[in-house]
Design a protein around this ligand. Structure first.
Ligand code: ZN
Length: 171
């Protein structure tokens, strides 16, 4: 099984818009199995395909309380509450940072499962946050785009400094 690497801030692939999935085949199933492995190894609660460099509209996530994993293919937010909630949010592609991100408190997502069957999922609070975060990835949007200008500057500066230090060490 191919082991994928999680792409991080600065990698242009994270800024691409992903394309609709049209083939619900064994290849798709294998991809999602790999994605769940990568997500679990990194101890994340969600992972979008673009985070491993695959520009397809799908994400995997693990329910924080039931611990059950799910795959949402071609997900779309069809309803979102006016009410917003601000909360600290991290991202496997922005490792080591947590920033305040306002999100709709409740969303309804329509997607397909691995067999291409339509599903509808209503999420509140943390689950609503996960849905919005992962669907953002499919449009090339990251938490740094959703936080305050000040937080964004801090993350970009510290992330760049950490990368430069790493490159220096590698030399
Ligand atoms: Zn993320």
């Amino acid at each position: 099984m191919t082991m994928y690497e999680i792409r991080t801030l600065g990698d242009p692939v994270l800024r691409e818009r992903c394309r609709e999935v049209t083939q619900f085949d064994r290849k798709l199933r294998r991809l999602t199995e790999s994605m769940i492995e990568v997500m679990d190894a990194a101890e994340g609660v969600g992972l979008a395909a673009s985070q491993i460099g695959i520009l397809k509209r799908l994400f995997v996530w693990r329910h924080p309380t039931s611990n059950k994993s799910s795959v949402f293919v071609n997900p779309v937010i069809v309803e979102s509450s006016q009410e917003q909630q601000s909360g600290a949010e991290g991202c496997l592609s922005v490792p080591g940072f947590s920033v305040e991100v306002p999100r709709a408190a409740r969303v309804v997502v329509e997607a397909c499962d691995l067999e291409g069957r339509p599903l509808r999922f209503e999420a509140i609070d943390l689950l609503a946050r996960i849905m919005q975060h992962e669907i953002d990835h499919l449009d090339g949007t990251l938490i740094v785009d959703r936080t305050s200008a000040e937080e964004r500057r801090r993350v970009l500066r510290e992330h760049r400094a950490a990368r430069e230090a790493e490159e220096h060490m590698a030399r």
